[in-house]
Design a protein around this ligand. Sequence first.
Ligand code: HEM
Length: 483
Amino acid sequence: YINYHEDARVIMKVPGLKDRFLIGNALDIFVHPDKLFDLRTSFAKQFKGIYRFYSYPFKTINIYNPEDVEIILSSMKFSEKSYLYLFMKPWLADGLLLSSGAKWQKRRKILTPAFHFDILRQFHVIMEENSKRLTETLEQSAGDTVNITPVITEYTLNTICETAMGTKLSDETSAAGKSYKNALLTLGALLAERFIKVYLFLEFIFNLSSLKQKQQKYIDIIQKFTADVIKNRKAYLEQNGLINSTESNDDGVYKKKKKAAFLDLLLAAENEGKIDRSGIQEEVDTFMFEGHDTTASGISFLFLMLANHPNEQEKVYQEMKSIFGDSTRTATTDDLAQMKYLELCIKETLRLYPPVHFVARVLNEKVTLSNYTIPAGTECLIHIFDLHRREDLYKNALAFEPERFLPENSVGRHPYAYVPFSAGPRNCIGKKFAMMEMKSAMSAVIRRYRLEAITKPEDVRFAGDLILRSINPIYVKTVKRNI
Ligand code: HEM
């Protein structure tokens, strides 16, 4: 019955691994978490854009065909997040990433203004200050080899705290920030562990496991940190009142004092009865995580790429020279808009190393993908990483070639062949924030340092984590330029 009931017969028509009696494919992903990512890429090579994974009662379809990706991402019908995301529920609850239906719509409406261009312009002032601090941190190790991800994570965590949350990390809170970051890393690994053990998919078994207790310990550390961020901001607002957001100097640089933090918007919504405290907590948890871990991954891989591609790095440097000449002034938002070649490099890095390397949905309706009927109730994993590395979509797919994103070279490319920020109604709300932050950080660095490769792309081993990261550190050497 398990292997031959109606859904099983339909899903078995999709290409997939050989099934074992009763347990289907359950053992095929039962590997050490460090091997999970490579296993997945090997499946992607073995199949052509679609394959199934079936272990009763879990039926999963894996896709990396732009046509199929479009069908799923473009439609509100398939906007409900997969069962796999429920693993994050105890931590992110019903925040924007995980919620669905009316709740998601209401929250997205409240939060969209927090990423309006006028507000991003003010955030930019803070990003530039942090980018300057980042270059000062790199100064301490100039001429030496640096393990780049921890330095960048510090930068992105400070930036999300100071911009969206309106909270500057003091020395004391920095220590709490460190525990937060470490707890996030461990939690990511624990989630990956659950992912490979299919028996732990079942909530009642998971609740009895030691993994559940460990997970809760790290969630408590994470939520204590975010609860303090909310408490501090609320106390600040009670003393100083809500801040008007849109006053600028004559030169268009927004005054530092006039920040409209994302958290202010939530606290204002709380005053209007549109959201309660637990709602604020889940959104702060969601945005703190999505708003710093993703960009830390993106910027780290951008370091790796530019260090390993000196010609492309030189082009970025020349672009900086043409914008700033010999001036050491900080960048304005207009300067960032002129950094076209750097933008190509960022796009190409996000193609090869998409920080969110897969997204997943539960298909609430029957759908046809690659000419196969997929029954309702199937989980659908969209493998952004494998999609972005398809040779038939990107000639010389594994090479770093930023020029492929020039408009003239993008003609004819399927719009869903490149989706680092997802697409459709549930795309990334922080996309513009992320692009601004990545440009701000890398432009400040390249103006002051030449990057030399220590870690090579072939040294990178990917962790089977929610966010793309290398198991082994990414080392680069920073050499000071004469400016
Ligand atoms: C390079 C950086 C980033 C990448 C590659 C990225 C990518 C993505 C992707 C692929 C999704 C869709 C997830 C899904 O469907 O399950 C997403 C959603 C989301 N992202 Fe980002 N993101 C980045 C930065 C940010 C930043 C900086 C923020 C916040 C400041 C943010 C906040 C969110 C939120 C809240 C969602 C859920 C949106 C919704 O469902 O309505 N992201 N992101």
